[in-house]
Design a protein around this ligand. Structure first.
Ligand code: ATP
Ligand code: MG
Length: 559
């Protein structure tokens, strides 16, 4: 069977369409590749941005070029330095470094000068219509729009009005600057698009210097051009903007940056738009942008994802020309792959039953040697205390087991991981019939995988010594959205109606003592349970662990 893109190693993978474009242009003599990552600082970055970051920085690196970080800060109302700082931190954490850090607002003066130039050349005019009137007169896909009554103002009048717009003589919405292109253009975006609007708003960098702000379409291409970006990558919905991107660059006769579109990343059971994520934060569905259930990079980091796992994910997803939805299972597969290699193993019991080993001496404590990571010999070994009373997982015992149940049941034997075989002799219950204690005997000859008479036992379960156990809080997460996609909602409902009420379960776990010394951010595999990462909410008295992912691989099975 042919391998899918996701199964191929990076080196075997065929070139994606952007790499093909770059290699073709290099074959024609183009020497330089320059990209940029252009976030708007109006929220925290999410896994979709991570894909764009890996793509932009990855292509620059692959072709010996450079990638800038440019904050697209043309909309002062929603933007904030808090977001600027978090974006920089997230990119660095992902393992990338920008050649230079720029802000669209650095170019406001140059953009203004270019607008004046376009006015002088009869290519832009001040319109007194309201935005609503402009919208109504734009026409439809099949009908041309109507020309503004202000379209033929003289250059002098336009220059004067535009200068006065900048000087703050007009109220918000009173006037706009529009490009003079073609009100009958088949592409609606080319029907005299708005270049500037009046907005008396404080900007997080330029303060109150400006009260007119450029629109995305007027700013983006020119910013690319100023920085001499060769390949400006954006998501598919911008393909209709490309003619306008090219028009401004051509009219101004400036460095010809080019725009290329790729499919945005969509993930099942996850919402990706910053607007929706902000709604979750504001409505307190989550505790913040870094709530481990969020698809933001800060949240994934807190949950225990590694930069390597996110880069692997971006590589496996690849770049497509058509929109698609990626299964959340693939992201989980990637983090499991990485954590399996690097995370040390520990034992912890999430839902305990006490086991008393009746033939084990009362005051005896042994130190059992446990392998830290079977995937990494250098991780070494550790000693874990073993005693007469231990906890095992409630579902590792069944009073009336089905046929192929290899864990503990009355009269049956099971191996305790790295320790002895025990047999269950007696089940003790409370008045409700709930099992409260198991009384077992152990085979003293059965340490290190052996047994007194060579008999073999299939089941192996984890355990924690009762007097040595440290109580920790564990947080178990599930998908935030019950439906497949945040856009796939019934009429009259919003994605908020599909929030999973059980996306967080908090439990008290009993862990082996070495976990008490872990630092925040340390990652472990709790044997047979999943990968966990120590959370920043931990205190000296009580460690808190987030479950990054379970051990069960749903993605590989699905294929
Ligand atoms: P959102 O709709 O989530 O707010 P955005 O596109 O408005 O996203 P920007 O800050 O403008 O967010 O995005 C910065 C860069 O990241 C852009 O180049 C954008 O194309 C890219 N990007 C955003 N979301 C995705 C996604 N889901 N998949 C791939 N790239 C994305
Ligand atoms: Mg945006």
């Amino acid at each position: 069977m042919e391998k899918t893109n996701e199964e191929l190693a990076p080196a075997e993978r065929p070139l994606n369409f952007l790499e093909e474009i770059i290699e073709e242009s290099m074959a024609k003599g183009e020497k330089r590749v320059q990209t940029r990552f252009p976030p708007e600082p109006n929220g925290y970055l999410h896994i979709g941005h991570a894909k764009s970051i890996c793509l932009n920085f990855g292509l620059a690196k692959k072709y010996g070029g450079k990638c800038n970080l440019r904050f697209d800060d043309t909309n002062p109302v929603k933007e904030d330095v808090e977001y600027v700082d978090s974006i920089k931190e997230d990119i660095k954490w992902l393992g990338f470094d920008w050649a230079a850090e720029y802000y669209a607002s650095d170019y406001f003066e140059q953009l203004y000068d270019w607008a004046v130039e376009l006015i002088k050349r009869g290519k832009a005019y001040v319109d007194d219509q309201t935005q609503e009137e402009i919208r109504q007169r734009r026409g439809t896909v099949t009908e041309p729009g109507e020309e503004s009554p202000w379209r033929d103002r003289s250059v002098e009048e336009n220059l004067d009005l535009f200068a006065r717009m900048r000087a703050g003589e007009f109220a918000d919405g009173e006037k706009v600057l529009r490009a003079k292109i073609d009100m009958a253009h088949p592409n609606m975006l080319m029907r005299d698009p708005i270049m500037y609007r009046i907005l008396h708003a404080h900007h997080h960098r330029t303060g109150d210097k400006w009260c007119i702000y450029p629109m995305y379409d007027y700013a983006h291409g020119q910013c690319d051009s100023i920085e001499r970006v060769t390949h400006s990558m954006c998501t598919l919905e911008f393909d209709v903007h490309r003619p306008l991107y090219d028009w401004f660059i051509q009219e101004l006769g400036i460095f010809p940056s080019h725009q290329y579109e790729f499919a945005r990343l969509n993930l099942t059971h996850t919402m990706m738009s910053k607007r929706k994520l902000l709604q979750l934060v504001q409505n307190k569905v989550v505790t913040g942008w870094d709530d481990p259930r969020m698809p933001t990079i800060v949240a994934l980091r807190r949950r225990g994802y590694t930069p390597e796992s996110l880069r692997m994910f971006a590589e496996k997803v690849g770049v497509a020309k058509r929109d698609n939805v990626i299964d959340l299972g693939l992201l989980e597969f990637c983090v499991r792959e990485d954590l399996n290699k690097i995370a040390e193993r520990r034992m912890a019991v999430l839902d305990p039953i006490k086991v008393v080993i009746t033939n084990y001496p009362e005051d005896k404590v042994e130190e059992v040697e446990c392998v830290n990571n079977p995937e990494d010999e250098a991780a070494g070994k550790r000693r874990v205390p073993f005693s007469r009373e231990i906890y095992i997982e409630r579902d590792d015992f069944m009073e009336e087991p089905p046929k192929k149940y290899f864990r503990l049941s009355p009269g049956k034997e099971v191996r305790l991981r790295y320790a002895y075989l025990i047999r269950c002799d007696e089940v003790i219950k409370d008045t409700d019939g709930t099992v409260t204690e198991l009384r077992c005997t152990y085979d003293p000859e059965s340490g290190h995988g052996g047994s007194s008479d060579g008999r073999r036992v299939k089941g192996v379960i984890h355990w924690v010594s009762v007097p040595h156990a440290v109580k920790t809080e564990v947080r178990l997460f599930d998908r935030l959205l019950l439906n497949d996609s945040a856009d796939d909602v019934e009429e009259g409902k919003t994605f908020m109606d599909y929030i999973n009420p059980d996306s967080l379960v908090v439990k008290t776990a009993y862990a082996e003592p070495s976990l008490a010394d872990a630092s925040i951010g340390d990652k472990f595999q709790f044997e047979r349970i999943g990968y966990f990462c120590k959370d920043k909410d931990s205190t000296a008295e009580r460690a808190v662990f987030n479950r990054t992912v379970t051990l069960k691989d749903s993605w590989a099975k699905m294929k």
